[in-house]
Design a protein around this ligand. Structure first.
Ligand code: ZN
Ligand code: ZN
Length: 292
């Protein structure tokens, strides 16, 4: 479904979206919202650490979706009825579910629209991340890790021993001098000279992550520029899939996607669209009967 309300004809033209963030994410989220929707993104700077930190000092409460919705609600609680539109983002990192041995960055963007009365969230999984962590004990291993982690454009975190050490912890390390100093300092607190090093995943310290958030923001702004064909509320697009694409060999159902279901953020209107893979039938290689 193509965007049908871009720029000055957008439902958000001249509007102000309040983004709850501690990590300068308007750098990534602002431009696509301005380009497509003529809407401003203004930061509500708040310490989001109490919902969890990437470096593990505070465990995340609930899953990523609960966490990002919570952040979004903060600005509504803080500013009350003055806020019509609220935004927040949340990232998770770990093994990529589709590619063996590669890390992935999973980003969620959450939006609350009080004017049109809906919530909408979209997510994006990217392999474009430097996410890694390791225990090191030499200067050689330190520089090897730094190179792999795209340092110094991407910052690092160091602490003595292992990931469970809470103090001292050196975050946002983004210069060679600071890296060497942190390594020496950490060594003073270790038992066997082991230092734990990891990538700093906070957005303003991690340009790769900022780029993924920006990509997701483009997708999100496009979605808000697309209105429901039935009730004209913004946010029309894919809301789910129907599996069961038929096998070309035996005609039986496979686990592949048959259709994409498009839906509205407000009303019950739905449409069935062709799946993005464009296949009419499934290869027998994907069939549980032909290829058990
Ligand atoms: Zn078959
Ligand atoms: Zn609708």
């Amino acid at each position: 479904m193509a965007e049908n309300r871009l720029g000055s004809s957008s439902a958000y033209a001249g509007g102000c979206m309040i983004l709850t963030t501690k990590h300068a994410k308007s750098i990534a989220i602002g431009p696509p919202f301005w380009d497509k929707l003529n809407a401003s993104v203004v930061e509500y700077v708040v310490n989001t650490d109490e919902l969890g930190t990437f470096s593990g000092e505070i465990a995340r409460v609930g899953d990523a979706l609960e966490c990002v919705r919570r952040k979004c609600e903060w600005s509504l609680e803080r500013f009350g009825d003055k806020v019509e539109f609220a935004l927040a983002s949340e990232g998770s990192f770990g093994p990529h579910p589709g590619i063996l041995f590669l890390p992935g960055d999973h980003e969620i963007l959450y939006f609350i629209d009080r004017r049109h009365d809906f919530h909408l969230h979209l997510s994006l999984l990217s392999k474009e991340t430097n996410y890694r962590m390791e225990m090191i004990d030499s200067v050689e291993a330190l520089s090897q890790f730094a190179k792999m982690a795209k340092f110094p454009s991407h910052a690092l975190i160091l602490r003595p021993n292992d990931r469970n050490t809470r103090q001292p912890i050196f975050k946002g390390i983004n210069s060679q001098a600071a890296l060497e100093e942190a390594f020496i300092e950490c060594k003073k607190f270790t038992v066997e000279g082991k230092v734990w090093i990891e990538t700093d995943m906070r957005a303003q310290y991690n340009p790769s992550r900022m780029a993924v958030i920006r990509e997701l923001s483009k997708k999100f702004a496009s979605r808000l520029a697309t209105h429901c064909p039935a009730c004209d509320v913004p946010g029309w697009g894919a809301i789910g899939v129907e599996k069961g694409l038929l096998c070309s060999g035996c005609g039986g159902k496979t686990a592949l996607i048959k259709h994409e279901i498009y839906g509205c953020t407000r009303c019950v209107y739905r449409e069935v669209h062709q799946s993005t893979h464009g296949l009419e039938q499934a290869d027998p290689g994907n069939c549980p009967y032909c290829n058990p």
